[in-house]
Design a protein around this ligand. Structure first.
Ligand code: TYD
Length: 136
């Protein structure tokens, strides 16, 4: 985890099937670089609300804006970058050891999260100073 940086972050095209009836996105267990153990989504996020505010020790996650848009701020403790997600066929891969904050949710937006492990509070680093120490 200490070695991960923003250079490990990827914006990935998800496989899709288009025809005149619309678009269909397919995600299977071997579509991404990790085994899928959990899927959850954020919706009904009130205007101005922020999510995230933590890093993970081991967890890989993919964020996909199924509907609407939001900003994903990422920091590796040295560099920072904000991704504006608004395309349901683009997935943001967040590796372990990256601080994230999600904000500016548009009205009605839905953020799908695909994760490599089951929920484990011990995998979270919720204190930014502890996060910085973990990167030394
Ligand atoms: P958290 O991961 O902090 O949300 P976000 O990063 O979107 O702001 O989780 C918020 C709450 O939900 C926290 O009390 C833990 C709980 N939770 C689960 O019980 N299971 C889960 O899979 C997740 C992601 C969260």
């Amino acid at each position: 985890m200490k070695q991960t940086t923003l250079a490990d972050i990827r914006l990935i095209d998800v496989p899709e099937v288009h025809d005149k009836r619309g678009s269909l996105v397919v995600i299977e267990n071997d579509t991404f670089a990790f085994n899928i153990e959990r899927v959850y989504y954020l919706y009904d996020v009130p205007t101005g609300s922020k999510r995230g505010g933590h890093a993970h020790r081991q967890l890989y996650q993919l964020l996909i804006p199924l509907s609407g848009s939001f900003d994903v701020y990422l920091s590796d403790g040295i560099s920072e970058r904000t991704f504006f997600l608004n395309k349901p066929n683009k997935a943001l891969l967040i590796v372990p050891g990256i601080w994230r904050e999600i904000s500016n949710f548009s009205s009605g937006s839905v953020c799908l999260v695909i994760a490599s492990s089951k929920y484990d509070e011990n995998d979270y680093i919720r204190d930014y100073d502890l996060f910085l120490k973990s990167k030394i």
